[in-house]
Write a new protein. Structure first.
Length: 197
């Protein structure tokens, strides 16, 4: 879904420019999705819980840190944020064998066609061996889930999305844009997304 990368660019660039989006801080939303990893030839279920939305001040602090100090300091700032929710696979585990993945950033906005876009971000857990080898993937220490949800005639929300298991963020001062580079050639597709609550 090409919108996902564009949404991250627009959102983060908007934050850097100082745009504010009002939304209630508390949330209690549950989503279920079918996750399809095309490169690995694997599929499974993913459960996503949003417990609160990131505040304007938190978003601005993250954007300022990324623009002024780069991704390494951005990740440190992200880890200071209060939890905004979590996700886990059908086996009750998160990415890389953790019991669940704790989200540190949650944002939503409505597009012109009425669809809702949710952006959930966390620092990507890195394996010990990966860090010790100083592999290229250790630079991609941000993960993101982007969902695009639409309400049907029956009032139920369904949609699709993308899971970026590893991403690298950088700021292009000439274009005044934040660039998102994905570690995977084919990020995980999220299909059959339904809002359960």
């Amino acid at each position: 879904m090409s919108i996902c990368k564009v949404v991250m660019l627009v959102l983060l660039a908007g934050l850097a420019a100082g745009f504010a989006f009002a939304q209630n801080q508390t949330a209690e939303e549950i989503y279920r999705a079918r996750a399809v990893a095309m490169g690995a030839g694997a599929a499974g279920a993913l459960e996503i819980h949003v417990t609160r939305w990131t505040t304007d001040d938190e978003r601005q602090a993250l954007a300022n840190t990324l623009v002024q100090k780069g991704q390494e300091e951005f990740v440190k700032e992200l880890r200071k944020q209060d939890e905004t929710g979590w996700s886990r696979t059908q086996g009750g585990r998160g990415m890389r064998g953790e019991p669940s993945v704790r989200m540190r950033y949650a944002f939503e906005f409505t597009q012109a066609d009425g669809s809702r876009v949710l952006i959930l971000v966390t620092d990507r857990p890195l394996g010990f061996g990966e860090v010790m080898r100083a592999s290229r993937s250790s630079e991609y220490d941000v993960s993101a889930i982007v969902l695009e949800m639409k309400k049907g005639d029956d009032g139920k929300e369904t949609g699709e999305g993308t899971l970026y298991a590893g991403a690298k963020l950088s700021y292009d001062a000439d274009k005044k844009q934040i660039k998102v580079e994905s570690l995977e050639e084919q990020p995980v597709r999220l299909t059959e997304v339904t809002r359960e609550k």
